[in-house]
Design a binder for this molecule. Sequence first.
Ligand code: SF4
Ligand code: F3S
Ligand code: FES
Length: 248
Amino acid sequence: MSYKGKFRVWRGEGGEGRLEDFTVEVNEGEVVLDVIHRLQATQAPDLAVRWNCKAGKCGSCSMEINGKPRLGCMTRMSTFTEDETITVTPMRTFPVIKDLVTDVSYNYQKAREIPSFTPPKDVKPGEYRMQQIDVERSQEFRKCIECFMCNNVCHVIRDHEENKTHFAGPRFLMRIAELDMHPYDVADRKDSAQEDHGLGYCNITKCCTEVCPEHIKITDNALIPMKERVVDRKYDPLVWLGNKIFRR
Ligand code: SF4
Ligand code: F3S
Ligand code: FES
């Protein structure tokens, strides 16, 4: 079963662009990325779209479909009605390179700002012994495919470009939480989450969790527990006393 689908696709580069209308063949079982590829093959050979695995695992094909961040390769055409116009636009939080391809280097910059796993000096690789419960706690976060849709949708940077310098976004606050939960990590993650990476800007709107294609409970399992640990430290009477004595 095929039909003619109506698409409205954002085209442009260099800060300029517009939505263009297309009518494209859609076949049974296809996803949005299939139709974008047919559009390239038949009507718009210079249309830019980033993709790689077509299996929901590389995180490359993030785009906004009818205003919602989605993976193009995992969004089935059968979720739309045949007479619906499907609007496809690039992720809004990152600068557009061309058409549907955005410059996501903000995210890589934030990744670089987080010190890597820091084990105690006297423990050598191969000597780490972890409880199964500690392994399982962070397992969920390791499913991240770095599609950056959570960072794209978080209002702290989506609506405030100026916050990008001091807010790591949910993806990397989750990374800090993961490291902080690691029993062998000795770096100070709590102060740096709050002071260097903007954990306090997160007001738990949970939009990040809603769009995650890996269904990671970013807010409930990473950000809120991290906030709780930061607060615990701040109001821990021993830490408070230590700060009074040593910071005078
Ligand atoms: Fe994508 Fe989820 Fe990873 Fe965010 S946490 S980058 S939404 S896979
Ligand atoms: Fe942003 Fe997620 Fe917090 S969307 S405000 S990081 S809960
Ligand atoms: Fe890899 Fe869509 S092409 S996640």
